[in-house]
Design a protein around this ligand. Structure first.
Ligand SMILES: [Zn+2]
Length: 496
């Protein structure tokens, strides 16, 4: 019985070890740069240009000569359906990359069809090239180029930083200036976007109609309007690897905003206008449409556009559907000529200044004219305290105290009535300067967490049976002039 068990265990072992050998079969197909004397780069599928290969060899050669490390770069179109991590571990062992005693080998494996880059790190280098360091270099430097199909730059920049790290003994990936090659430009674009957005938002909220809309809103969504989507996206970004792809990050951020605004604003536009008369309803809806035009432009989602067009149509209907004459019941028409005869001097001045427009409806000769006043909520003309017409025009603005990032400023704005000549002034708050440190902090947080959030394939292979490792080191020493080093499966990989 016991004997049977032992036999089956041995058979199982033989079968499994046979499978191990079978799994590494493709290794023979990888061109060993040592055996055909081309240096340190295996580029049989011509993924890199000859120029890049020459640069890589020049970079790697000194490390080999001063005994700090042995680095091999292998680029292949495909390894079939084998796992790149297992493959790179096996290949490093088979070739014996690294000094036999120091085990200072590093294999950089690029698999095109699986869109995978693996760093296979020998024991001796694991202290310097930790999994985290490998991932920072891959995701912060190489993957952004790979995504754009620029394999030459991606591999070259990555190897440069690896070589510099090994050469100096200092983890160069900790210096963020070395990573995120185009982050500066992307950051600039995004900050520009935010500045435009904040500018539009603050200009809008400090305008008369903006204040009306913001103050008349229920309140909770106003701060959410600006920060809500940003917070949501930041939480998502910190919890997922999305932050590496800044373009996607901001696309999602923009989509969140768009969807949020579409529903919030669309519903407001579609709600029944407040007011007893058609004029009041018109004014209410007009305010909404005006106020949200900036958002319709910033977030042109079909849903919002339809609501917007619908609101415009309702506005026309409210204003221009003919009234019935209260006397004769006849349909009235809008007066186009001789309007001056029906309007007072004040009203004419108001129309001239654009603060009020008057609709004059008449049924026929001799019938009384119906006069409807439409206040222009978008006007900068104020109501005169003396004659009560909306004819006070701004003459000058004096800044009493400047706005800072900590508090509002105050400006005195002077007005003169164009009818009676009375001068007056109002104190106007100047919006606090927006604090951009919030964004800075978020970007920093995104960068700091960049190391540990992506898929770590540090599958520390337990299958490294002693027989296979001794087998590989012996074969490596005979078949190549790599140093005969080995790997415990250290290092890390990233996909793009
Ligand atoms: Zn006046």
């Amino acid at each position: 019985m016991l004997k049977n068990l032992c036999t089956s265990a041995i058979i199982l072992f033989l079968i499994s070890s046979h499978f191990l050998v079978f799994a590494q079969e493709g290794l023979d197909k990888i061109v060993n740069p040592k055996t055909n004397g081309t240096g340190y780069v295996s580029n049989a599928d011509h993924i890199l240009s000859n120029e890049t290969v020459a640069k890589l060899n020049a970079l790697i050669k000194p490390l080999n000569e001063n005994g700090k490390a042995q680095v091999a770069v292998v680029l292949v179109n495909s390894i079939g359906d084998q796992v790149p991590k297992d493959f790179s571990t096996a290949l490093l062992r088979k070739w014996g990359i690294g000094d036999r005693k120091k085990n200072n080998g590093l294999l950089i494996l690029f698999v095109a069809d699986q869109r995978r880059i693996e760093f296979e790190v020998g024991y001796g280098l694991e202290g310097l090239l930790t999994d985290l360091t490998c991932q920072r270099i891959q995701q912060g430097l190489m993957i952004p180029y790979f995504k754009k199909g620029d394999y030459n730059s991606g591999v070259l920049k990555g190897v440069e930083l690896v070589v510099e790290t090994i050469d100096t003994g200092i983890d160069q990936s900790l210096d963020e200036d070395n990573l995120y090659p185009e982050l500066g430009w992307v950051l600039f674009q995004d900050i520009l976007f935010f500045l435009v957005y904040i500018g539009a938002y603050s200009a809008y909220t400090t305008s008369q109609r903006g204040q009306y809309v913001v103050h008349s809103a229920s309140g909770w969504w106003v701060p959410f309007l600006l920060f809500g989507p940003l917070i949501i996206v930041s939480v998502v970004a910190l919890a997922t690897p999305i932050f590496v792809m800044w373009d996607l990050f901001f696309l999602i951020s923009y989509c969140c905003w768009s969807v949020f605004f579409s529903f919030a604003i669309g519903n407001m536009l579609a709600s029944e206008p407040v007011g007893e008369t058609r004029v009041q309803q018109y004014q209410y809806l007009k305010l909404m449409v005006w106020g949200f035009t900036v958002y319709a432009v910033l977030f042109p989602l079909p849903f919002l556009i339809f609501k917007y067009i619908g609101a415009k149509r309702r506005l026309r209907k409210l204003r221009y559907t003919p009234y019935q004459s209260p006397d004769s019941g006849a349909e009235m028409v809008l007066m186009k000529k001789n309007r001056a005869l029906e309007l007072t001097d004040k009203e004419q001045m108001e129309e001239k200044l654009g603060s009020v427009s008057y609709d004059l409806w008449e049924a026929g000769e001799g019938d009384p004219v119906m006069k409807l006043a439409y206040l222009n909520q978008n006007t900068k003309i104020r109501r005169c305290k003396k004659c009560l017409s909306i004819t006070a025009k701004k003459t000058k603005r004096i800044v009493e105290s400047k706005a800072t990032t900590k508090g509002e400023g105050i400006a005195s704005v002077y007005y003169t009535c164009q009818i009676c000549g009375k001068s007056d002034f109002i104190n106007q708050p100047i919006s606090r300067k927006p604090q951009l440190n919030i964004f800075k902090g978020m970007f920093a947080a995104g960068l700091a967490s960049s190391g540990d959030s992506n898929s770590s394939s540090s599958d520390r292979s337990s299958s490294s049976s002693s027989s296979s490792s001794s087998d590989s080191s012996s074969s490596s020493s005979s078949s190549s002039d790599w140093g005969g080093g080995s790997s415990g499966g250290g290092g890390s990989g990233s996909s793009w």
